[in-house]
Design a protein around this ligand. Structure first.
Ligand SMILES: C[S@@+](CC[C@H](N)C(=O)[O-])C[C@H]1O[C@@H](n2cnc3c(N)ncnc32)[C@H](O)[C@@H]1O
Length: 260
């Protein structure tokens, strides 16, 4: 289940998107709101927004927990700079990797992480580190994407070649197995399907690039380029046109609530 991810390339993609991320991130905001609505802690001394991006949810956490010390943590320096511009109170900024969490053992009261852990190269290990960072009885709220996400695009690319052009996502069973191994005292999982629709293939690509989620692990160049590539992809996408003639793009979302 573990894979080797080029973290520098991931950070670069997100950094390139940082200044316009919020314009493209409606789906990410909707999922993040849903995750935030699950947070039921009334107080917390130390809160971490793991993979904070532009700080949209850091700002909400800062309001919800006005007496907490909030750490905004992200791999991308440009994303952290966007968060800095929000002028939050009692905030630390920390650049780092979810696969090498720097927090002291038993030091964090609440972890919130919206659509980040799918970028971990070892989800089971990442969960262990999250557990290690949390105080006993403290909670983490995580959202991630499951296998089946971007499936239409994955299938459309198969009409071009057999190389990977979208990233692989874990199954619900993979996630359940990691949760069992990591020994949290309580776990709650919820799964949801969200489908977006776009006018054409270029819009699909622009949307992924707009949020910086366009780095594909083990990506190889295609033989086709330019208009011929777009035409071939449009052909491959034909089975996934909806009744309005738009191209569907599915996200399989998983919400995880865990207590140490
Ligand atoms: C889809 S965005 C979500 C941002 C934010 N949580 C939100 O909901 O708006 C994913 C974020 O995860 C960060 N990220 C990706 N890989 C990471 C890693 N290995 N460690 C820490 N952050 C990472 C990216 O830089 C980006 O800001």
């Amino acid at each position: 289940m573990a894979q080797t991810i080029d973290k520098q390339a991931v950070a670069d993609s997100f950094s390139k998107a940082a200044s316009h991320y919020d314009q493209f991130a409606q789906l990410q905001r909707d999922i993040g709101e849903q995750l935030l609505s699950q947070v039921n802690a009334s107080s917390a001394n130390t809160v971490v927004d793991l993979g904070c991006g532009t700080g949209y949810f850091s700002e909400k956490l800062d309001v919800q927990f006005p007496h907490s010390e909030l750490t905004c943590f992200d791999l991308s320096p440009a994303m952290l700079n966007q968060t800095r511009q929000r002028e939050l109170k009692n905030v630390h900024f920390q650049q780092g990797d979810i696969d090498q969490l720097p927090f002291d053992e038993n030091s964090v009261d609440l972890i919130y992480s919206n659509l980040v852990i799918q970028w971990s190269d070892d989800f089971c290990e990442c969960l262990k580190q999250i557990k290690n960072s949390l105080k006993v009885g403290a909670k983490a709220y995580l959202s991630t994407l499951l296998i089946g996400t971007l499936d239409e695009l994955t299938q459309a690319w198969k009409s071009v070649d057999d190389n990977p052009h979208t990233n692989r996502f874990l199954s619900l069973t993979d996630i359940e197995n990691c949760l069992k191994q990591s020994g949290f005292s309580k776990t709650q999982l919820k799964k949801e399907t969200r489908t977006l629709a776009y006018k054409n293939v270029l819009e699909v690509m622009r949307a992924l690039k707009g949020i910086g989620a366009n780095h594909v692990h083990d990506h190889q160049a295609t033989k086709l380029t330019g208009k011929r590539l777009v035409k071939q992809l449009e052909m491959g996408y034909l089975p996934f046109k909806n009744e309005q003639g738009l191209l569907n793009l599915t996200y399989q979302v998983c919400y995880i609530e865990i207590t140490k």
